[in-house]
Write a protein that binds this ligand. Structure first.
Ligand code: NAD
Length: 333
């Protein structure tokens, strides 16, 4: 199928071209994000393929539908960047890759936890500069600590399993309890109890209207002093301004982020020669107890291969009229 691939980085192209040897779609790669200006490039393509930071609002969706687009193939699981209702009204089908790196993302969350609790990033810089003092690098042990997992789907469950291996007690909150988690002894609790009991809190839930800023000033007030917060899910789950205040007061003892609520303007680009315009993000970078990665938790060989194969399979299935329900996105999902 003739597909316009937006927001293409060299690694996307490499994995999509390799996987396409078995599909034979006509892929046309475009480097820019999908925006009202660049969406003209998609006119005449029945399918377009986009990523997490391409925003598909009603205006863009209408333009696409008017110019022949029928399928939007997401190279990701989350779909908070799309106006699903408008897409449905316009008769556009949306396909996604529901799971591609549940192990990789959970492992990255653990990498953030370990980097923070043993101050690995600070130690690395010191040693490179010939400073072998360990003063200020005092860590804490994970053994026996309470880890609160919010959202126990694929990634949250993997994180729970890994952290159990460190000897942590796992508390979980999810409106839908996962039998896989119950089987391994994860204790479900209310969100308030999880906030009150956890030494480390890790977010593994989707960003939807109800979960926007689930971590705000009132949630922080219920947490233990010095709590560690980890977010590898979506930036909008955390009210960053409230967390900055929490870091200043010491309420938040450690913060590990792979996502940021205003990341659209920053992540995935080399801005090292530019002046950072986002003051909140700039403030986050000043704290010695904050580690940030730029939305790379998914970024493994396994995941890129899975993303490419599932995306191309979704396009092929759509062509055949057989796109599986699990890979489509509708208003209720
Ligand atoms: P999943 O659908 O398997 O699990 C999500 C879980 O969240 C479900 O069990 C659901 O019941 C639960 N949930 C929904 N609303 C909730 C609420 N209000 N409170 C608590 N739990 C709630 O999803 P997943 O594959 O485990 O992905 C989790 C998150 O990770 C998604 O937001 C996704 O966008 C993000 N993600 C990030 C990266 C990355 O590179 N950083 C990569 C993949 C996925």
């Amino acid at each position: 199928m003739k597909t316009a691939v937006f927001n293409t980085k060299p690694y996307d192209r490499k994995f999509l071209e390799e996987a396409n040897k078995s599909f034979g779609h006509e892929l046309v790669f475009f480097e820019p994000h999908l925006t009202p200006e660049t969406c003209k490039l998609a006119f005449g393509f029945e399918a377009i393929c986009v990523f997490v930071n391409d925003r598909l609002d009603k205006n863009i969706l209408t333009l696409l539908a008017e110019h022949g687009t029928r399928l939007i193939a997401l190279r990701c699981a989350g779909f908070n960047n799309i106006d699903i209702k408008a897409a449905g009204e316009l008769g556009l089908t949306i396909a996604r890759v529901p799971a591609y790196s549940p192990h990789g993302v959970a492992e990255h969350a653990v990498a953030l936890i370990l980097a923070l609790n043993r101050k690995i990033y600070r130690a690395h810089h010191r040693v490179r500069e010939g400073n072998f003092s360990i003063d200020g690098l005092l860590g804490f042990e994970l053994y026996g600590k309470n880890v609160g997992v919010i959202g126990t789907g694929k990634i949250g469950t993997n994180l729970a399993r890994i952290m159990q291996g460190f000897g942590c007690n796992i508390l979980a909150y999810d409106p839908v309890e996962n039998p896989d988690c119950q089987k391994i002894g994860v204790k479900y609790s209310s969100l308030d109890e999880l906030f009150a009991q956890s030494d480390i809190i890790s977010l593994h839930l989707p960003l939807v209207k109800d979960t926007y800023h689930i971590i705000d000033a009132s949630a922080l007030a219920k947490m233990k002093p010095g709590v560690m917060l980890i977010n590898t899910s979506r930036g909008g789950l955390i009210n960053t301004a409230a967390v900055v205040e929490g870091l200043k007061s010491g309420k938040v003892g450690y913060l590990g982020l792979d996502v940021y609520e205003e990341e659209e303007e920053i992540f995935f680009e080399d801005l090292s020669g530019d002046i950072l315009q986002d003051d909140t993000f700039a403030r986050l970078l000043t704290f010695p107890n904050v580690v940030i990665t730029g939305h790379q938790a998914f970024f493994t060989h396994t995941a890129l291969k899975n993303i490419a194969e599932t995306t191309l399979q979704n396009i092929a299935d759509f062509e055949q009229g057989e796109l599986s329900l699990v890979n489509t996105v509708t208003v209720n999902k």
